[in-house]
Design a protein around this ligand. Structure first.
Ligand SMILES: Nc1ncnc2c1ncn2[C@@H]1O[C@H](COP(=O)(O)OP(=O)(O)OP(=O)(O)O)[C@@H](O)[C@H]1O
Length: 253
């Protein structure tokens, strides 16, 4: 269930978007991917999810090259919630979440008990149980985001990749989602902009800057005042929170 990336390079046209990126995401751990706008987070997540192929370097899932895993097996095990995920057809919430079971079903298998349990659990965990019969187009931005997360959970993935999953959510649901993902027994990689949330919930962090890894390690190791200045161009003070024990960033005006 581990994901490793070794010296990834991704070029588009003449532009090198990712350059020499290596990482390791471990089962049951939450790896946070940080970096300013345009630093390459989404591009890296797409490579890890098998949606794009690196120009050089290697990605492995449990030690196997991602290219050898096969499309169907990849669709079963890796769930990817994109940043601007949308659903065009006007389905009900329950039907969107059911789509998460699609990779697990064969042409001849009917809807099983396991499918039902996975969908029900996912709806509840994402807090969308009460809206199960609502139509997609009637949902708010944050509710749509939570339906996509429910769909990813219904997939019962071994690897979960989320691109800024909290960006439309109110604070209660931001915290709830990160707590949920941090507690899942799967390998999770999450791109985040909120550095305090990353510090609170992630086990490890990778910071990208111009497509390269600027820092990697635990939140304590990574979130230093020097990094905030050099990579994010902000003045800040970092303290250990007396409430949760993780680093807490105070931004200075
Ligand atoms: N398909 C593409 N064609 C051209 N340029 C691309 C493409 N995909 C990404 N890029 C460029 O690569 C760089 C990194 O983009 P990416 O979306 O990975 O950054 P990001 O860190 O996710 O940014 P944000 O925080 O704004 O979401 C950007 O400058 C972007 O314009």
């Amino acid at each position: 269930m581990s994901i490793t990336a070794d010296n990834l390079v991704w070029k588009i046209g003449k532009r090198t978007v990712l350059d020499g990126v290596s990482l390791r995401a471990e089962p049951g751990r939450l790896l946070g991917l940080l970096g300013p706008n345009g630093s390459g987070k989404t591009s890296l997540l797409r490579l890890l999810g098998g949606l794009k192929t690196p120009s050089a370097g290697r990605i492995t899932l449990d030690g196997r090259d991602i290219g050898e895993v096969g499309r169907r097996a990849l669709a079963k095990r890796v769930a990817f919630v994109e940043q601007h995920a949308t659903t065009n057809v006007n389905l009900r919430v329950i039907d969107v979440v059911k789509l998460g079971r699609f990779p697990h079903r064969s042409m001849f298998s009917g809807w099983s008990e396991a499918d039902e349990v996975a969908v029900e659990e996912a709806l509840e965990r994402a807090g969308m149980g009460e809206k199960r019969n609502d139509f997609w187009q009637s949902l708010s931005g944050g509710e749509k985001q939570r339906v996509h997360i429910a769909r990813a959970l219904a997939q019962s993935p071994r690897e979960l990749i989320l691109d800024e999953p909290t960006n439309h959510l109110d604070i209660q649901h931001q915290i709830g989602l990160l707590r949920l993902v941090a507690g899942l027994p799967v390998t999770s990689v999450v791109a985040l902009h909120d550095l305090n949330h990353a510090a609170m919930f992630c086990d490890h962090l990778i910071v990208l800057q111009n497509g390269r890894v600027a820092a990697a390690g635990t939140p304590e190791e990574v979130l230093t005042e020097a990094l905030l200045r050099d990579v994010f161009s902000v003045k800040a003070r970092v303290e250990r929170s007396m409430h949760h024990g993780r680093p807490h960033i105070h931004y200075l005006g």
